[in-house]
Write a protein that binds this ligand. Structure first.
Ligand code: ATP
Ligand code: MG
Length: 191
């Protein structure tokens, strides 16, 4: 008889959530994109900017994960504003997303501080270069022949900006019978 107990894990990531005003503008942008590109727009409450994706983490390690976030908070990363200026399309996974050419230093500092502290604490994650993106529409059919092209996508008349004052740890998966995200911790930025 196999007596091994299957380890219980949760799928988690650190992220930033837009405020209500930015949420509204982002879902309106998603609706415009959906009209041009088909696909399925994100649910408004799910729109976010991922900082570090951890994937499956043992529930026994969640406390340690929160300690890592506490350490980063105590390091005092400064608050910043995030401005979405562009829409792009990734052909390989058929995602239309919002991005920026002016990545705020505070965002890079926060992502780097989290990555370093997670690495030091022995957490595994994808260490690819950080490309901030906000998924707006999935399974799109944008008229784009290359991997990444703006042609044919709506332009933003003006940037969508919000003040980033905290970051969250989010559980990804089933909640109340539908897939979604549940915040399980939040930490303030300094300043
Ligand atoms: P679904 O996978 O069910 O379509 P989702 O992609 O929103 O939904 P997750 O796969 O749990 O949910 O991903 C949560 C967040 O982490 C998303 O912003 C996603 O883009 C990002 N993410 C997922 N996998 C990776 C990865 N390997 N590297 C970096 N970011 C990732
Ligand atoms: Mg996914």
């Amino acid at each position: 008889m196999n007596t091994a107990v299957k380890e219980e894990t949760v799928r988690v990531f650190f992220a930033i959530w837009p405020d209500a005003a930015a949420q509204k503008q982002l879902i309106e942008l998603a609706e415009r994109l959906e009209a041009v590109c088909d696909g399925r727009k994100a649910r408004v409450e799910n729109i976010h900017l991922t900082l570090v994706f951890l994937g499956e983490v043992s529930v026994d390690r969640l406390d340690a994960l929160c300690q890592v976030a506490n350490k980063v908070r105590d390091g005092g990363v400064q608050a910043f504003d995030f401005a979405v200026e562009e829409v792009h399309y990734w052909k390989h996974n058929r995602i239309a997303y919002a991005g920026t050419t002016k990545v705020p230093q505070g965002l890079l500092d926060l992502a780097n501080a989290l990555q370093s502290a997670l690495f030091a604490a022995g957490f595994a994650f994808d260490r690819q270069a950080y490309v901030p993106h906000i998924t707006l529409v999935r399974k799109t059919r944008c008229p784009a022949p290359s991997i990444e092209l703006r042609t044919g996508l709506p332009e933003l008349a003006q940037p969508i900006v919000w003040p980033v004052r905290e970051w969250v740890l989010v559980k990804s998966g089933q909640a109340n019978g539908r897939s979604g995200y549940t915040p399980i911790g939040r930490w303030p930025l300094a300043g």
